[in-house]
Design a protein around this ligand. Structure first.
Ligand SMILES: Cc1ncc(COP(=O)(O)O)c(C=O)c1O
Length: 400
C-alpha cells in the first residue's frame, strides 16, 4: 500500500487550488458559478512578449540553459532592480526559477535545518508555511489586524523572534489581504530586524506593480540598506505581465545564498523553460506601457468590490493598497443560520454556504491563517464582480 513520506505528511494541499477545483467541478455539473478564488490576471500576455517567445522557438533557443537562468535574463533582472527599486546587484546574485513559488521553496531548501524557524505574518499566502515544513523548518505565525491594514505590529514581530529564527517572510502587497507596507512601516519592521542580525528576510514583491492611487511601492533592502546583506528580494513576471502559465520567477540576494539555491536547482528542476526565459527578457526590457493602465483597471474593480461588500449585512471590508484581493471580515455573521438550516460557525462554513446558496466561490480565511475572514480575488470582469457582490449581499441578508 502507498504511504506518504513523513515529510509530506506534515504538509496540506493548497486550499486555494482546492477551492478552484470545487468551483470547476460544480460548473461542469451545470451549476451557475462565479469563481472569485483564483489568483491570476484575467487578461492575456501582451503580444510583444508572445512574439519574443515565438522568435526564440524559431531561433532554436530550445536547449538546456544555465540552471538558474540565461545571462540575458539575469542582466534584465539586474537592470529591473536598479531601475525600479534602486537596488544594485550583480548577475551572480540572481536566481531564475520556474515561477516565484520555486524561488521561495529553493531558498528554504537551501537554508533550513531541522528546527529552524521562519516567521510568517498572518494572513499569509497559503504556500509559505507548507514550503517551510517541506524544507524541514517550523513556521511561526504573527497575526495582524484588519484595523492596521493587516500589517504586522513591530512589537509582535520582536516577540516572535527566537534564537532559532532564520527568516522573516514579508509579502507586500499581500496575497490574501492586498495590504501593502508604506516606507515608514517597512522602516519600523527593519528597526526590529537590525536588532537581530541572524534573521534573514525574504521579501515577496510579486504584486509590486499592482498598487493604487498615489501609493509608493518600496522594498525592504531599498528602505534599509543595512539589511541588503541578508535580504532575498523575490519577484516574478506572473502577475505584472499576465504570465502565470509561463513559469518564470526570480530573486536577487547575497551570493552564498544564490549559490546554495543553484545547488538545489541543479539537482532538481534544472533550468526554467528556455522559451519562457526569452519571453521574460522581453517583459522586463520591453515596453512597460500596459502596466499602469492595468493597475488602474484593477483599482476601479477594487473600489467596486469594497463598496458593494460594505453594503452587505454583517460584512466589513477594508480598502487595500494593492494586489487584486480583498479580505473582508464575516465576524458579525458567525453564529447565524443559512435558509437551509446550516449553522455558520466559521469562515469555512460561510464560504461553503455561500457557494451552495449563490454559486459564488471564495476562499475562507482559515486557509490564510487569520479568521473569521474570506478572500475575494477581483481579477475578473466588472459585470461578473457586480453580479457576484449582489449575490453575496443577498446571501448575507438571508442569514438569521
Ligand atoms: C504572494 C505570492 N507569491 C508568489 C506567488 C507565486 O507566483 P508564481 O505563479 O510565479 O509561482 C504567488 C501566486 O499566487 C503569490 O500570490
Amino acid at each position: 500500500m502507498f504511504a506518504e513520506s513523513a515529510t509530506l505528511l506534515r504538509v496540506k494541499p493548497s486550499a486555494t487550488a482546492a477551492a478552484s477545483a470545487k468551483a470547476r467541478a460544480l460548473r461542469a455539473a451545470g451549476r451557475d458559478i462565479i469563481a472569485l478564488d483564483a489568483g491570476e490576471p484575467d487578461f492575456d500576455t501582451p503580444d510583444t512578449i508572445k512574439e519574443a517567445a515565438i522568435r526564440a522557438i524559431r531561433d532554436g533557443k530550445t536547449k538546456y540553459t544555465d540552471v538558474d537562468g540565461i545571462p540575458e535574463l539575469k542582466a534584465a533582472i539586474v537592470a529591473k532592480f536598479a531601475r525600479e527599486n534602486g537596488l544594485t546587484y550583480k548577475t551572480s546574485q540572481v536566481n531564475v526559477s520556474p515561477g516565484g513559488k520555486p524561488v521561495i521553496f529553493n531558498a528554504m531548501m537551501a537554508s533550513l535545518s531541522p528546527g529552524d524557524q521562519v516567521v510568517i505574518p498572518a494572513p499569509y499566502w497559503v504556500s509559505y508555511p507548507d514550503m517551510v515544513l517541506l524544507a524541514g523548518g517550523e513556521p511561526v505565525f504573527v497575526p495582524s489586524r484588519a484595523e492596521t491594514g493587516f500589517k504586522i505590529d513591530p512589537a509582535a514581530l520582536e516577540a516572535a523572534i527566537t534564537p532559532r529564527t532564520r527568516w522573516l517572510i514579508l509579502n507586500s502587497p499581500s496575497n490574501p489581504s492586498g495590504g501593502a507596507y508604506t516606507r515608514a512601516e517597512l522602516k519600523a519592521v527593519a528597526a526590529v530586524l537590525l536588532r537581530h542580525p541572524k534573521v534573514w528576510i525574504l521579501t515577496d514583491d510579486m504584486y509590486e506593480h499592482l498598487v493604487f492611487g498615489d501609493f509608493e511601492f518600496t522594498t525592504i533592502a531599498q528602505v534599509e540598506p543595512a539589511l541588503y546583506d541578508r535580504t532575498l528580494t523575490m519577484n516574478g513576471v506572473s502577475k505584472a505581465y499576465a504570465m502565470t502559465g509561463w513559469r518564470i520567477g526570480y530573486a536577487a540576494g547575497p551570493e552564498p545564498l544564490i549559490a546554495a539555491m543553484r545547488k538545489v536547482v541543479s539537482q532538481t528542476t534544472s533550468n526554467p523553460c528556455s522559451v519562457s526565459q526569452w519571453a521574460a527578457v522581453e517583459a522586463l526590457n520591453g515596453p512597460q506601457t500596459f502596466i499602469r493602465p492595468n493597475a488602474a483597471l484593477f483599482e476601479t474593480r477594487r473600489d467596486l468590490v469594497v463598496s458593494m461588500l460594505n453594503q452587505a449585512a454583517g460584512l466589513k471590508c477594508p480598502t487595500p493598497e494593492g494586489a487584486f484581493y480583498v479580505y473582508p471580515s464575516c465576524e458579525a455573521l458567525i453564529g447565524k443560520t443559512a435558509p437551509g438550516g446550516t449553522l455558520i460557525a466559521s469562515d469555512a462554513d460561510f464560504a461553503a454556504a455561500l457557494l451552495e446558496a449563490e454559486g459564488v466561490s471564495v476562499v475562507f480565511g482559515a486557509a490564510f491563517g487569520l479568521s473569521p475572514f474570506f478572500r475575494i480575488s477581483y481579477a475578473t470582469s466588472n459585470a461578473l464582480l457586480e453580479d457576484a457582490c449582489a449575490r453575496i449581499q443577498r446571501f448575507c441578508g438571508s442569514l438569521r
